[in-house]
Design a protein around this ligand. Structure first.
Ligand SMILES: Nc1ncnc2c1ncn2[C@@H]1O[C@H](COP(=O)(O)OP(=O)(O)O)[C@@H](O)[C@H]1O
Ligand SMILES: Nc1ncnc2c1ncn2[C@H]1C[C@H](O)[C@@H](COP(=O)(O)OP(=O)(O)O)O1
Ligand SMILES: [Mg+2]
Length: 194
């Protein structure tokens, strides 16, 4: 299983809440045809299913906390396997969110080829999320939860980037720029892979 998943590119999309991960992933899918797997989307789908597990997940996400590592890694792995036949490459969005998640990914799946790190100021991320919250219907796009997600991001997720710096796969991208300018930099990083 592991070999069949890793004989194509695995890209990680990282950055704070509201930094523009989902926005850039959509554009990557359109241009490169990679399979987009968003941990948040997978979790929200489980919540929407109304399952008992979904209820637990919903409570955790509403507090701005991380759901258990095993749950999210299992979901990503299953989704990767489900798309293995058709996938040109994988674009993993929102995982890893803590160093332990990165370590487990390497053990159970493999080593990513590139980590795209979209970087914006805290103030910018809060502004974008408050705006997104007007229409997203997401239980975590409110002022109180946004603050918790940001704190957790700086505490748990930023160290993930330092962890991958060692393997030389990190490309830091200024996501204060307009969407298309951010994407121009993203394209360059992906094109260098081939
Ligand atoms: N480069 C950008 N400039 C301005 N607004 C952006 C940019 N990238 C994303 N946004 C907006 O910010 C909000 C959060 O973006 P999203 O892609 O959902 O971020 P994430 O997945 O990292 O939480 C969205 O409403 C999106 O339209
Ligand atoms: N890898 C992961 N580990 C634990 N919890 C995760 C996770 N990915 C997502 N979650 C949970 C906690 C997050 O606050 C919530 C929303 O995630 P998301 O949709 O990726 O947020 P965003 O795109 O706004 O950064 O889902
Ligand atoms: Mg997102």
């Amino acid at each position: 299983v592991q070999d069949s998943l890793m004989n194509r590119n695995v890209l990680l999309m990282s950055g704070g809440p509201g930094s523009g991960k989902g926005t850039q992933c959509e554009k990557i899918v359109a241009k490169y045809g990679y399979t987009h797997l968003s941990s948040g989307d997978l979790l929200r789908a489980e919540v929407a299913s109304g399952s008992e597990r979904g209820k637990q997940l919903q409570a955790t996400m509403q507090k701005g906390e991380l759901v258990p590592l095993d749950t999210v890694l299992e979901m990503i792995k299953e989704a990767m396997i489900a798309k293995a036949d058709v996938s040109k490459g994988y674009l993993i969005d929102g995982y890893p969110r803590e160093v332990k998640q990165g370590e487990e990914f390497e053990k159970k799946i493999g080593a990513p080829a590139l980590l795209l790190y979209v970087d914006a100021k805290a103030e910018t991320m809060v502004k974008r999320l408050m705006k997104r919250g007007e229409t997203s219907g997401r239980a975590d796009d409110n002022e109180e939860t946004i603050k918790k997600r940001l704190d957790l991001y700086y505490k748990a997720t930023e160290p993930v980037i330092a962890y991958y710096e060692k393997s030389g796969i990190v490309r830091k991208i200024n996501s204060e720029l307009p969407v298309d300018e951010v994407f121009a930099i993203v394209e360059k990083a992906i094109d260098e892979l081939k």
